[in-house]
Design a protein around this ligand. Structure first.
Ligand SMILES: Nc1ncnc2c1ncn2[C@@H]1O[C@H](COP(=O)(O)OS(=O)(=O)O)[C@@H](OP(=O)(O)O)[C@H]1O
Length: 293
């Protein structure tokens, strides 16, 4: 259903959120994960759809062709915390998934993930993207998605991004929180968008080895080809063109798919300020990002 106005941000357990991701909170919090579930966790716009589609093809690519031609990726990989009037919630979709393993998407910061995922020792694939490109992608997404708060202009957007006043909270805490989790939770694979862009085939192989899949080289090559930006942009089941709240005339979901597009957006002054903030916020972590490849 099309919203009549954009939602407001509010504080939820210390994180900026909109009601779309908190309205179903009791069910999200008490969600029953299974040991073979695979949770795909990301800060928004870090490569969720890319990795979702890779995993979907790895597990179900050879299933009935209708799955690939008639079911959009967001139906195959439910968005756990999403709750939008008129469509089934993420928890409902996940509970009713007929396939196994279940692939489930979340943008939650690690501390808000339902505890059953940890209790069941479910596998988690986290994808992170460098902060500058992530901010740019998020800005264009918020411009075109009426389900997101009003983005304002690029400069005000960037200031708010640095303050963490974006849906799902600060990028910094998100990537750092999940990085810390990885140190103690062995069923977590921490991936980078930049690595995927540099060598998708290598990253597909990494995923297979994490998941214990013995997919053939030919199959992996086929998947690698099918998940390239242009192929996914043309594919109605992966390009989000079926979502009514998104206005592709403003900006398409599959926008550029590049590493380094931030250079076309940041002014010299914005870049200097961002680097200062980044240094402060990232001073206690060992996670390293590439802003170009
Ligand atoms: N195959 C492939 N190759 C390269 N880049 C890709 C690919 N698939 C998705 N993308 C880019 O990822 C951005 C969307 O991120 P998400 O899928 O995480 O969005 S969401 O949070 O689920 O809404 C968005 O990035 P930008 O183009 O920079 O805006 C997409 O274009």
């Amino acid at each position: 259903m099309k919203p009549t106005s954009r939602p407001e941000l509010f504080d939820f357990e210390g994180i900026s959120m909109t009601h779309y991701f908190t309205d179903n909170w009791e069910k999200v919090k008490n969600f029953q994960a299974r040991p073979d579930d695979i949770l795909i966790a990301t800060y928004p716009k870090a490569g969720t759809t890319w990795v979702s589609y890779i995993l979907d093809l790895l597990y179900f690519g050879n299933d009935a062709p209708e799955r690939q031609t008639s079911q959009p990726i967001y139906m195959r990989v439910p968005f756990l915390e999403a709750c939008i009037q008129g469509v089934p919630s993420g928890t409902e979709l996940a509970d009713n998934l007929p396939t196994s393993p279940r692939l489930i998407k979340t943008h939650l910061p690690v501390q808000l993930v339902p505890k059953s995922f940890w209790e069941q020792n479910s596998r988690v694939v986290y994808v992170a993207r460098n902060a500058k490109d992530n901010a740019v992608s998020y800005f264009h997404f918020d411009r075109m998605n009426m389900g997101e708060p009003e983005p304002g202009n690029w400069n005000t957007y960037l200031q708010k991004f640095m303050e963490g006043k974006k849906v799902f909270g600060p990028w910094f805490d998100h990537v750092n929180g999940w990085w810390e989790k990885k140190q103690t939770y062995s069923n977590l694979l921490y991936m980078f968008y930049e690595d995927l862009a540099e060598d998708t085939g290598r990253e597909v192989e990494r995923l297979c080895s994490f998941l214990g899949l013995s997919t053939s080289v030919e199959e992996r090559e086929k998947i690698t080809k099918g998940v390239q930006f242009d192929a996914m942009k043309q594919n109605k089941m992966t390009n989000y063109s079926t979502v009514p709240v998104m206005d592709f005339k403003i900006s398409p979901f599959m926008r550029k798919g590049k590493v380094g597009d931030w250079k076309n957006h940041f002014t010299v002054a914005q870049n200097e300020q961002f680097d200062e903030v980044y240094k402060q916020k990232m001073k206690n972590t060992t996670v390293k990002f590439r802003t170009e490849i």
